[in-house]
Design a binder for this molecule. Structure first.
Ligand code: SF4
Length: 351
């Protein structure tokens, strides 16, 4: 299976909206992002490691006044021809700005749309006008020669209308639509009461959205939900172990390499392989796949919780369980192990 060669280049925790579920909400706009020289150093490492696709992220990358120069640096100095801008669309509603971004080298946009109405979307972004602007930006981008993708964060405020969002964006030729379950970590962990929805409650709406709209997108995924909630829909489920095998997702090892260095990553990879993976998963696999799987398994072992009962589940070797914070909004009795032969490959459902 082909490993992703995409990585993120983070331009800093600066933003012009205030999404309630943002992991960094309480720390936004406290500091400038990395300098262009620091970004150049990061790009050198990523390029040396074989990365050929960059997602510009933040915060919100368009807040930076030097974004055009950064895009040119990524494209012209490092020869990166696939550049994606992850965005809330606020500034891109200005068609001349969007054109400048595309002319500089961006050929893919990933828009963050969280409602099918201003009331729901802006209830989450907390900025009036943000819905009208992102929809205008999406329309403008659809007129340009770029690839389009959309992310929706599913929370207690919008899980019932996920189908309405999918219907609203379906005419725009979206290649990849991701529904991302609310993640109770960092600053977002303080907002469980207002945002969390148990997976068992959201699952019928997720399945209905897939049933009705999956054919409208090249790829539709629900991110970060255990497989037991999505039986029959597994090919639409993505947890961290699966991300490595999808072209639209990041090689998370690269981010850790930039932040922690090679030694820490190597130790984490070995620890993941030794402690988290079943020996049966290793046979016949490409060493590079195992390296990625080991690192991600280690990360999952820190961030996720899998109760003892999961050992009997057929998905247990490719499923990380739930975020540690999930216990705050579910009694965990909604995790129901599924009987059957163990699934050994993280990309079993994508083959
Ligand atoms: S391993 Fe546990 S959390 Fe994962 S699918 Fe099975 S029962 Fe659900």
């Amino acid at each position: 299976m082909r490993l992703t060669t995409r990585a993120d280049l983070n331009l800093g925790l600066i933003c012009n909206v205030k999404c309630r579920f943002c992991y960094d909400l309480d720390h936004l706009n406290h500091a400038k992002g990395p300098s262009i020289e620091e970004l150049r150093r990061s790009m050198g490492i990523l390029k040396n490691n074989g990365i050929d696709t960059i997602d510009l992220t933040g915060g919100e990358a368009t807040v930076r006044s030097d974004l055009i120069a950064i895009i040119r640096m990524v494209k012209e100095e490092f020869g990166i021809n696939n550049i994606c801008l992850i965005t809330n669309g606020f500034k891109l509603a200005d068609s001349s700005y969007l054109k400048a971004v595309v002319d500089a080298g961006v050929n893919e946009f990933l828009f963050s749309i969280h409602g099918a109405s201003a009331q729901v979307h802006e209830g989450l972004t907390q900025v009036p006008g943000s819905f009208e602007r992102i929809m205008r930006a999406l329309h403008e981008a659809s007129q340009a020669r770029v690839r389009l993708r959309v992310n929706t964060t599913a929370t207690s405020r919008n899980y019932r209308i996920l189908g309405d969002i999918a219907a609203m964006i379906s005419p725009f030729k979206i290649e990849n639509y991701n529904i991302i379950m609310y993640i109770p970590v960092l600053d977002a962990a303080h907002r469980v009461d207002e945002l969390a929805v148990p997976y068992s409650v959201a699952a019928p709406f997720l399945k209905d959205t897939i049933d009705r709209y999956a054919q409208c997108f090249d790829r539709l995924y629900v991110k970060y939900i255990p497989f037991c909630f999505m039986q029959g829909y597994e090919k639409h489920v993505m947890n961290f172990l699966q991300t490595t095998y999808l072209p639209y997702e990041w090689d998370f090892c690269q981010r850790a390499l930039l932040r922690r260095g090679r030694l820490v990553c190597a130790l984490a990879t070995v620890a993941g392989l030794l402690s988290c993976m079943d020996m049966r998963m290793l046979f016949g696999r490409d060493p590079k796949e195992l390296q990625r799987d080991g690192f991600i398994s280690f990360q999952d072992s820190i961030n996720k919780h899998k109760p003892f009962k999961c050992r009997s589940c057929k998905y247990s070797l490719i499923c990380p369980g739930v975020w540690r914070g999930y216990k705050q909004f579910s009694k965990m009795d909604d995790l129901v192990p599924v009987q059957g032969a163990k699934i050994l490959s993280p990309y079993h459902f994508y083959e």
